[in-house]
Design a protein around this ligand. Structure first.
Ligand code: CTP
Length: 408
């Protein structure tokens, strides 16, 4: 969790800053808001107070919150986000002017700054504004722009505020540790299915959210990520920021095997969060089966165990992380899978509960690494679980690198 200071400028898009606060909070960050006095014409301070629990700071000479308290804001924050940032705000920041609370804080702030600019296209393209942008970029200020489109003033072109989700993701990327920089991670997510006929299948309730959160977080932390999204995860793909992630879609466990095995040559870490179907129909019907009054008997044959197949031919310099979906004797079954599939660690989760695991937005897991005591994480949002798991993956990866470096 990071401490974020959001500066809201006077633009039509200021209302979108409200949604931005929500998105940042959902990512687990603490957010405090400051506004220029003119921004209050576009969105009411009370709206921000309602979602942050604190009135935004607006006036430099506010009797209730004296000047020093306002400098505190910039001392408190890990990241400053200016959204929407007007031409005026950019100009002040580029030239070191501080004549209101927002510009004072921006100048006093020593950490990373993310600017989501929003203004009329002609203003954005004006050489004075572009020069200010170049000055700020040269100082390390990051910019995020919305896609070109129709602006509130009717102009068409650049200058629109980026979508709140995109700004939140950019903020998250700036804050994320780059501890997986350059590590090639393959993540499997979701449940595969066993087709019965072209319109029916046997499946499981996995939504893939745990694996998708891992792919999102690994990318954010600098990894090169390939995601093999199994059938039931496809509809959840849009919930996550998977920009920069290579995505392959598979339906059956055979297809999962065909996607994963050849990719292992280019993979450092496999995180097998998928819930593959363990059986397939011996003879799926090519046509829709017609219903009758008779009992229908399906003959199932074992599907490949993808992780066991990877484990059987693993390289020592790779990390293999499995998941164990259990409803009883969790630790015993988890430990058995850890050894049987030649894994480095296994994440044990209880899929018998409805509030965690399959289909839920939260999870509660036990991390069991080889030759180590199990570690438990109490119930948390799957994105937080993903980060917690990747902390451990990064730890194992660092240890793995030491002998190689020493030998070289
Ligand atoms: N797995 C796999 N291929 C399968 C089944 C499972 O690669 N056909 C992987 C999963 O992605 C997970 C681990 O193996 O990382 C354990 O999966 P789980 O469903 O808990 O166990 P199974 O091996 O299927 O054993 P069981 O169903 O008997 O518990």
């Amino acid at each position: 969790m990071a401490k974020l200071l959001l500066g809201v400028g006077a633009g039509i898009a200021a209302y979108k800053a409200v949604e931005l606060v929500r998105q940042l909070q959902q990512l687990g960050h603490a957010v405090r808001v400051m506004m220029t006095p003119r921004a209050t014409h576009f969105v009411g301070p009370m709206t921000f107070a309602g979602i942050t629990g604190e009135m935004p700071s607006i006036d430099l000479f506010d009797a209730v919150q004296p000047v020093m308290t306002h400098i505190e804001l910039s001392r408190w924050a890990d990241l400053l986000i200016l959204a929407p940032a007007t031409a005026d705000i950019l100009g002040k920041l580029a030239h070191g002017l501080a004549d209101d609370l927002l510009s004072t804080q921006a100048l006093a702030f020593r950490g990373p700054v993310l600017v989501a600019a929003a203004m009329n296209t002609a203003m954005w393209e004006h050489p004075a504004v572009q020069a200010n942008v170049a000055t700020l970029q040269a100082r390390g200020v990051r910019f995020i722009l919305g896609e070109s489109g129709i602006l509130a003033c009717g102009d068409v072109g650049a200058g629109r505020l980026a979508e709140p989700a995109a700004i939140a993701a950019a903020a998250d990327r700036i804050l994320a540790p780059q501890d997986l920089d350059g590590v090639r991670i393959l993540v499997t997510a979701g449940g595969t299915i066993a087709p019965i006929d072209p319109v029916r299948h046997i499946g499981n309730p996995s939504t893939g959210r745990m694996g998708l959160a891992i792919a999102e977080s690994a990318r954010r932390r600098g990894a090169t990520v390939t995601l093999v999204a199994c059938h039931t995860a496809w509809t959840q793909l849009g919930e996550f920021d998977l920009s920069g992630v290579t995505i392959a879609r598979v339906t059956t466990t055979d297809e999962l095997l065909a996607a994963v095995l050849p990719a292992m040559g280019e993979t450092d870490v496999l995180v097998a969060a998928a819930a593959p179907a363990d059986y397939a129909l011996a003879a799926p019907s090519p046509h829709k089966l017609k219903k009758t009054a008779e009992t229908l008997t399906l003959t199932l044959i074992p599907a490949p165990d993808v992780l066991a197949a990877v484990g059987a031919q693993r390289r020592k310099d790779q990390l293999l992380i499995g998941f164990a979906a259990e409803t009883q004797d969790h630790l015993t079954h988890g430990r058995d899978k850890l050894h049987r599939k030649h894994l480095d660690a296994i994440v044990i989760n209880d899929v018998g509960r409805s509030d965690i695991g399959f289909g839920a937005s939260a999870n509660e897991v036990v991390w069991l690494a080889r030759d180590a005591e199990p570690e438990s994480l109490p119930k948390a949002d799957k994105r937080q679980v993903a980060d917690w798991l990747l902390d451990r993956v990064a730890g194992l990866w660092d240890v793995r690198q030491v002998p190689a470096a020493a030998a070289g």
